[in-house]
Design a protein around this ligand. Structure first.
Ligand code: IDP
Length: 164
């Protein structure tokens, strides 16, 4: 009797990841390496200095938080790397790979996570990742516009910086 192979197809999902200004100089190549090693496809990638307006829009959901102004200042303080990551369950997997928001907590509960390793404090925490699929789609569209081709830049190494 022939064995039947059962395939489960999970639709690929996209998330927005950002290497924040604090991690760009020292840790960007290592972070990109880890992203690739974890099996994410990097379907979009660009380096940019966010304008104030863009940072405000990116974190619009946090506009009433006490740290909103600091957060916007920080996100505009230098170049970021903006990435669209594609994988199964990518929103959740990328958040789990980043670890908790506060590196103090991350070091205790997720010592191998990227924030445990690379974040300085709860504000300067190295990385962004969308919290759900709806935000991911909205912010990807905001930062990249209509993505027509789903390029896989995973093995492409470096790209020329593309200022916004
Ligand atoms: P997340 O990035 O882990 O999803 P959020 O609560 O969505 O965390 O906060 C967005 C960003 O705002 C954080 O990544 C961090 O940079 C900053 N942030 C969050 N909480 C605080 C805080 O209590 N003080 C200062 N900055 C904060």
């Amino acid at each position: 009797e022939a064995e039947e192979e059962i395939h489960f197809f999970f639709p690929k999902q996209q998330t927005l990841a950002i290497i924040k200004p604090d991690a760009m100089a020292e840790h960007r190549e290592e972070i990109l390496g880890e992203i690739r090693a974890a099996g994410f496809s990097i379907s979009q990638l660009k380096e940019a200095v966010l304008s104030r307006d863009m940072a405000e829009e990116l974190y619009r959901e946090h506009r009433d938080k006490p740290f909103y102004r600091q957060l916007v200042d920080f996100m505009c303080s230098g170049p970021c790397m903006l990435l669209v990551l594609t994988k199964e369950n990518t929103v959740e997997e990328w958040r789990s790979m980043m670890g908790p928001t506060d590196p103090v907590l991350a070091k205790v509960t997720a010592p191998g996570s990227l924030r445990a390793r690379f974040a300085s404090d709860i504000l300067h925490n190295a990385l962004h990742g969308s919290s759900n699929q709806e935000h991911a789609q909205e912010k990807i569209h905001f930062l990249f516009g209509d993505i027509t081709s789903d390029r896989d830049l995973t093995s492409n190494g470096k790209m020329d910086p593309t200022p916004l």
